[in-house]
Ligand binder design. Structure first.
Ligand code: SF4
Length: 442
């Protein structure tokens, strides 16, 4: 892409969808300053790293990524290197001390101030901004010139829940919802530019509250589904303690809201759930799942499980294994517990050895693979509405798309189908995807 100012920016994103969204916002802000995207960090004038500190590994990646730029910066001292996101929020000025060739540190609340921060860094000053309050959440400023078929839209930021293991409330601040009208306006602009599916994002979308009109998340889903050119709406993440009957109704009743829900349980043991401060029991969680299945039988459910939380016994872990079975997850994000700064769990006794955590994770993932495979095999013979994304990465002549339940499906078909809704008959279920045959190419 041509840059009006001749300047190039490269943004690397670690972590969650929230970070990907923030990176898109950064690119929007920077394109207004005349920056165009660079192919690689080595060729960029401005290199930004949008970081995540939720997992310890992600944090290590930050240091090695920035370390790899040391030589480039030595050869091109005019290049500006900045670290943003959760690690920046958490470490602040310490990052400037640790990394002598780093120019800029900007926290999760500093995105809108990027232009002035970059100008300061360009003048040779080393800058750190970790003011957590983002002020009113600004409308998205993305280049709408080729936004693709799918987009993410943040509806709220931050979290008030303070789960014992989680760094998010400490690095993203308290919950703050965007005005519903602003969200709808953004979705409408995206849809006009060709986006057909949006995913509404928040750490806990169930506690969304329109600061202007008081609409809740179920209302917001209805408003977004009312955007004419938009075909599909998804959302993530839902906290089980706040999943309201109204939201279940919206999920089941609004046709454009897809058959998919990510409902992280984190553990199947009441003792561990209490220590995690999750605010629900195993029985309550499974009752919700039952309710969901009753109202929305085609729903694909996703979960999160943490293994090796402090004090987790073999029996607690067994309870998690039983929970994933009972919930019948289509997909599962599973992690080993690790101490995160500022969190309550750091001080809990009964830390689990790394080798044991790895063993439990492997057992959990093995079991989940079997569950996913069985669920996907049970789809064989079904007729699915598929939004075609483009040619499949593997397999010549194959196209790939997503069902309403967000299952990836590959099927033979011409490239012209990209961007269209088609009907596909499922012929084979694999662990991570389906194979099928086009039924209605029209
Ligand atoms: S709900 Fe809990 S796990 Fe999720 S972001 Fe908030 S504190 Fe973290």
């Amino acid at each position: 892409m041509e840059s009006p100012s001749g300047k190039l920016v490269h943004i690397t994103t670690f972590g969650c969808q929230m970070n990907e969204y923030d990176s898109a916002r950064m690119l929007g802000i920077l394109s207004e300053l005349g920056y165009a995207p660079a192919e690689s960090p080595e060729t960029a004038d401005l290199v930004l790293l949008n970081t995540c500190s939720v997992r310890e590994k992600a944090q290590h990646k930050v240091y090695s990524f920035v370390g790899a730029l040391r030589e480039v910066k030595r050869q091109r001292p005019g290049m500006i290197i900045g670290v943003g996101g959760c690690v920046a929020q958490q470490e602040g000025r310490q990052l400037l001390k640790d990394i002598p060739y780093l120019d800029l540190v900007f926290g999760t609340g500093a995105l809108e101030r990027l232009p002035e921060l970059i100008a300061e860094a360009a003048s040779g000053r080393r800058v750190a901004c970790t003011d957590l309050d983002p002020g009113p959440l600004a409308p998205r400023r993305v280049a709408l010139a080729n936004p693709g078929l799918k987009a993410m839209v943040t509806v709220m930021q931050g979290c008030d829940n303070f789960c014992a293991y989680c760094v998010v409330p400490h690095v993203r601040g308290r919950e703050k919802s965007r005005a519903a009208a602003q969200v709808v306006e953004e979705v409408a602009a995206l849809a006009k530019a060709g986006v057909r599916e949006v995913t509404l994002l928040g750490q806990n979308v169930n506690s969304y509250r329109d600061p202007e009109g008081g609409a809740d998340f179920a209302d917001l889903l209805e408003m977004v589904a009312g955007v004419p050119e938009l075909w599909r709406v998804r959302f993530t993440t839902s906290h089980p303690k706040d999943l309201s009957p109204r939201l279940i109704e919206a999920l089941a009743g609004i046709d454009k809201v897809m058959d998919q829900l990510h409902l992280p349980a984190q553990s199947g043991s009441d003792r561990i759930l209490k220590a995690m401060r999750r605010g629900y029991t195993r029985a309550r969680y499974l009752a919700l799942v039952k309710d969901l299945r009753r109202r929305a039988p085609d729903l694909a459910l996703g979960g999160d499980i943490i293994v090796g939380f402090p004090g987790e016994t073999e029996a607690d872990f067994q309870a998690s294994l039983e929970l994933i079975e009972a919930a019948g997850y289509d997909f599962l994000f599973s992690f080993k517990y690790s101490d995160r700064p500022f969190t309550k769990a750091i001080d809990l006794p009964g830390k689990i050895a790394e080798a044991e955590k790895s063993r439990r994770l492997a057992r959990l993932q093995d079991r989940q693979r079997e569950i996913s495979l069985a669920l996907h095999r049970a789809q064989v013979g079904k007729l699915e509405e598929v939004l075609v994304e483009g040619p499949a990465k593997r397999g010549t002549g194959l196209m790939t798309g997503r069902t309403r339940a967000n299952r990836a499906v590959n099927f033979p078909g011409p490239p012209e189908l990209a961007g269209r809704l088609v009907m596909v008959r499922v012929e084979q279920g694999l662990v991570n995807s389906l194979r099928g045959k086009l039924v209605d190419p029209a």
